[in-house]
Design a protein around this ligand. Structure first.
Ligand code: GAL
Length: 408
């Protein structure tokens, strides 16, 4: 019987991964979760064949009959950033299709809530925990508790550091995200100009990804800082390290300590305001801005757009949040990076299915978390500009054309 449940689960998950290409996601942090999930399911349901539906139903019935125990639990960092609502919508769809009882909990920016969420899931009997940590170091306590209870831990998108209680890591190629942001600024800077003011911003220092993004961006930009194309406008620590092609973690920490946004729109806004207040006219004109993600990019862009001495600005982002896709279409944000949450959620659920089946999940690389090398599955990213919103985001079914205005 157990075998049958597992093979049905596997069938469900495999079918799910075949049909996840048609989702649509929620756009604001304000947030009717149910509505977001329902939107996501429309097209996918239509695509399912009768057989798939039967296999899914059977798998669902079998898992649910198991005293209502939840086998796979998901913990995400916050509902206040549209990025994580994209992931939530995908998980609810994919877990449901694979026959699992849905359980996606949010930590709302608090490591304490995150720990409580893990404990709630442990009490519900989970066998696999998929977790995107609020704070990569602080999360170690919660996952160690999960591990001690016999649960397999999959770090989702953000690595959990300083513990051997992380079994697997499912992630995008975060270094490529930073590299793409840096390269975009280089490729689109006014040609033949030198001393182009470069404003640097980073994510939260509690998020390992913030370091990886910055590392990728720095390695792309540094030669162009060293040769005088760009001049750093807002970080004395970065200025002091401008001749270093690569940075160690301590050097990155020093810079990030100055330019962190904490992933917070308001912090990003007030830092941008004070940076522009602090500089003279030579640091304005045509400028380039490394913004780490879409939420902070929109805040920073709004500040730069209202400074009369800033003639033009290039600004990066990531996450293809709907509001930023609209900014890109409108020319208010230069680019964003598409991280297909359909793939990441499907990969982690596939991994969970393998684990429940007693198999070793497929991985393609490892990430060192300061304690162990964590086997990882990595997904590629894609740059989105005005010119390819249609082909990358609409034609692939991630968003609908009607979600935007002025799409060409
Ligand atoms: C990162 C994540 C990004 C972005 C950011 C802020 O860890 O990879 O996609 O959303 O957190 O939440």
């Amino acid at each position: 019987m157990k075998k049958r449940i597992l093979s049905l689960l596997l069938a469900g998950a495999m079918m799910a991964s075949l049909f996840v290409g048609c989702g649509k996601t929620a756009d604001t942090a304000a947030t009717d979760d149910k509505a977001a999930t329902e939107e996501t399911t429309d097209k996918t349901d239509a695509a399912a064949t009768d057989d798939t539906a039967k296999a899914d139903d059977a798998a669902k019935a079998d898992t649910e009959s198991k005293d209502g125990a939840v086998q796979v639990g998901v913990v995400l960092p916050t509902k206040d950033e549209p990025r994580w609502l994209q992931d939530q919508a995908q998980f609810e769809k994919i877990l449901g299709d694979a026959g699992f009882t849905n359980q996606v909990l949010f930590s709302q920016g608090s490591s304490a809530t995150e720990k409580t969420n893990i404990e709630t899931l442990l009490n519900q009997g989970i066998k696999v925990l998929i977790i995107c940590a609020q704070d990569g170091a602080a999360a170690s306590a919660g996952v160690e508790e999960a591990k001690a209870a016999g649960v397999t831990v999959i770090a989702y998108d953000r690595l959990i550091t300083g513990t051997d209680a992380v079994d697997y890591y499912v992630t995008f190629d975060s270094k490529a995200v930073g590299a793409a942001q840096g390269q975009y600024l280089i490729d689109n800077a006014p040609s033949g100009k030198s001393n182009i003011p470069l404003y640097l911003y980073a994510g939260a220092a509690t998020d390992n990804n913030a370091f990886i993004f910055f590392e990728g961006a720095w390695e792309a930009l540094q030669p162009k800082i060293a040769d005088g194309t760009f001049v750093i406008a807002n970080s004395s620590e970065a200025e002091a390290l401008k001749d270093k092609a690569t940075l160690d973690r301590d050097q990155e920490s020093k810079i990030i300590g100055q330019i962190t946004t904490d992933w917070d729109f308001n912090v990003a806004k007030s830092k941008a305001e004070s940076h522009l207040t602090a500089v003279g006219a030579e640091m304005k004109g045509d400028v380039a801005v490394l913004a780490p993600n879409d939420g902070t990019s929109r805040s920073i862009a709004d500040v730069f757009a209202t400074d009369k001495d800033v003639t033009s600005y290039l600004i990066t982002g990531q996450d293809t949040e709907k509001a930023s896709v609209q900014y890109v279409i409108d020319g208010k944000q230069s680019m964003t990076v598409f991280k297909d949450t359909r793939t990441l959620a499907a990969d982690s659920v596939d991994m969970a299915v393998s684990i429940l089946k007693g198999e070793t999940p497929k991985t393609d690389t490892t990430y060192n978390n300061e304690k162990v090398d964590v086997p990882a599955k990595q997904t590629a990213i894609q740059v989105v500009t005005k010119d390819n919103v249609q082909s990358v985001l609409i034609d692939s079914g991630y968003y609908e054309a009607a979600d935007f205005t002025g799409l060409k």
